[in-house]
Write a protein that binds this ligand. Sequence first.
Ligand code: MTE
Ligand code: HPA
Ligand code: MOS
Length: 802
Amino acid sequence: MRNVRPYDPNSTAAASAENANAPALFNQRVKKANTSALGKPGIHESAIKHVTGTAKYVDDIPELPGTLHMAAGGSAYAHANILAMDLDEVANSPGVVAVYTYEDVPGELDVAPVFDGDPLLAPGVTQFVGQPIFLVVAETYEQAQQALPLAKVEYEPLPANITLAEGLAGGEKVLPDNVITRGDADAAIASATHQLQGEGYIAGQEHFYLEGQISLAWPTEDGGMHIHTSSQHPTEVQKLVAEVLHIGSHLVTAEVRRMGGGFGGKESQAAVLACSAALAAYHLQRPVKYRLPRRADMERTGKRHDFGFEYRIGFDNEGVIAGIDLTLAGLCGCSADLSQGIVDRALFHADNGYYLNQARVTGLAPRNHIVSNTAFRGFGGPQGMLAIESIIDDVARAVGEDPLTVRKLNLYRPGADTTHYGQTIDQLVLAEIIGSLEQSADYWQRREAINGFNSSNTYLKKGLALTPVKFGISFTSTHLNQGSALVHVYTDGTILVTHGGTEMGQGLYTKIAQLVAAEFGVDSAHVQVSATRTDKIANGSPTAASAGTDLNGFAACNACQEIKGNLIEFAVRHFNVSAEQVVFANNQVSVGEQTISFAELCRVAYMNRVCLMAHGFYKTPKIYFDRATNQGHPFYYFANGAACAEVIIDCLTGEYKVERVDILHDVGRSINPALDIGQIEGGFIQGMGWLTSEDLLWDSQGRVISNSPANYKIPTAFDVPRHFHVGLYEGANPESTVFNSKAVGEPPLMLGIAVWAALRDACASVAEHKFNPRLDAPATPEKVLAAVNAALAFTEEGSSNA
Ligand code: MTE
Ligand code: HPA
Ligand code: MOS
């Protein structure tokens, strides 16, 4: 055979092979990121590409000759009959090539993920402002945008329910009510020493991914479609494009290399863009790109659900819960979309870490005439959790205890370790996590100091809170808990992995490269993770529910095991050793006395006709759930954590600052602590933004008025607390997940609840914690000021009564 110098992914020779004359920085582009060994901190597989601008997103793919651009005309009314639509001027506008309405859809019009209700283009009746009613295709992006206002549409406006209260009063539901019960909540509340009732409102959240929604459709020579899309769910994009075009799924390929953030917003709703672009590409047989301008993205795509809650609770003198009746109503919008799973997950997290005792937890899903709300990091869990955390604070104030004391008393504990939906909590770690954070964050000393500060300051008040998180890991739709991966080992010892998960910045590809590298005992720089494609991996689940690594990482390991099995069997025969004598480590394989490179073993195995590729499959064990009884074991395990936040508020303006945050979070045995800490920091800040500055606003006509970064404020680097300590809880996942790690994507978002609770604590301090003012989320300065004033009014009333 030819004598070829072995490939070394870390050599500068490899880097400059691409472009010998390019400057050094440019050469970084082709040098593979050297993510590190399992369990060690390592950089994101695309980190260098991200910061040098060479990471390609859909809009960076060079346009093929003839590529056209799409824009959609949207409904002017929240709810209306379309009486007439004259699109002649749109069609005659410069550069316009075609205009389509719902009548041009050859196959299925509905592109809903689970239950029907999301037409690609409104067929006569519109359900929200901005709902697409026609599509325009033009030679340029600008020409498509410029044609939109030329449409003449005649509407007959219909009554519209915009707010959650209007939706509930309207009586229409997108899903039936769902009630989880254990025991007799009413009797337990009635016979408890104390009763309390209350309500609250938790507003939604705009995803604000950096890369907006986008899809690019290329017609193929076989009458099919190749879709480049920014989607968390390529398989659903493939399926819906096939249905809309009325062709087989085998003719449609959806491909996702990466997203510039998804956060749940691209789980179901990316498909609308893919199907729209594919519709035009199919009719015109030309490539079509559809990218939403930021404003349209903010107005026309679903957000986190607002939730309203009402409760009655009974408890003893110490604040231990005897019974609770809690109703959670989600602002689903005009259709079901993923709301069933979201409302379910809110109900499943209405306990957070606490034993609710006798419980009735009800979920309502009213219909509104606004865009259909959708998945957002936590998927309803954060809203359920915020409700119970708010209630625990109410109980603590009622019994005159520090909220942390009441939190600790109510934690799941031996003898009280089963959730209201029947799952026993096997790993009771919250007490330990809270205890450890209480120490490291000096909770009680700081409480003392804050009390001192507050009694000597009239206008500035400090607040402190320590709140836990217990988040269930697994899709609550059991069938989605499966993953697939395809591993190719080439004769030079390099490895290509394709799996069902998508990369949205969270580091999934990096972790999978680390896992595969560890299986073969090679550096992760020898492993390339390819774009996710439905022609490589069939019937994939969305990358969601934080389960990307658990599902696809395990599947990849299973594929590696199969290939390793082939290699070992071959080595046993070829080198005449026992299977135990074949050891993969340090890019080498020792076979008995001798050691050869991994590449050499692959080459020799190939020459001896050994298969070096495999498909791996994984399905999560132990999970089941009966929707009829609402009992079961929906989660494989729980991810846990706790955060302690200190804030300072200005009682004259309501303005505030987050002074210090301490976090201890459970990621099991970390595959990559750098990525995990990044997820914890990012998740926490995103959760803090949701509960503080991000204020979604609609006008009375149902128009989103928080429709740009100028009027919707996400946290910036300046909002990161000056003192910000993140620690990883040391403890492996007792379940046999990959590397005994735990999912990390969503749970840390809910650590942000500590900031909200600390703000409410500061407001309550105005009334010496004898009164707990209502503080709806987001706790903007206006709401903090109102809460301060409510606390002041309470104190003044108290003193005038005395
Ligand atoms: N992190 C980044 N950087 N960008 C994202 O879009 N999405 C979150 C979380 N972390 C997201 C992220 C959400 S909503 C989920 S469900 C998980 O990542 C999905 O990825 P995983 O299953 O691989 O953790
Ligand atoms: N979480 C996130 N996304 C989902 C789920 C879930 O539980 N079920 C369906 N899509
Ligand atoms: Mo995440 S909300 O499950 O995409």
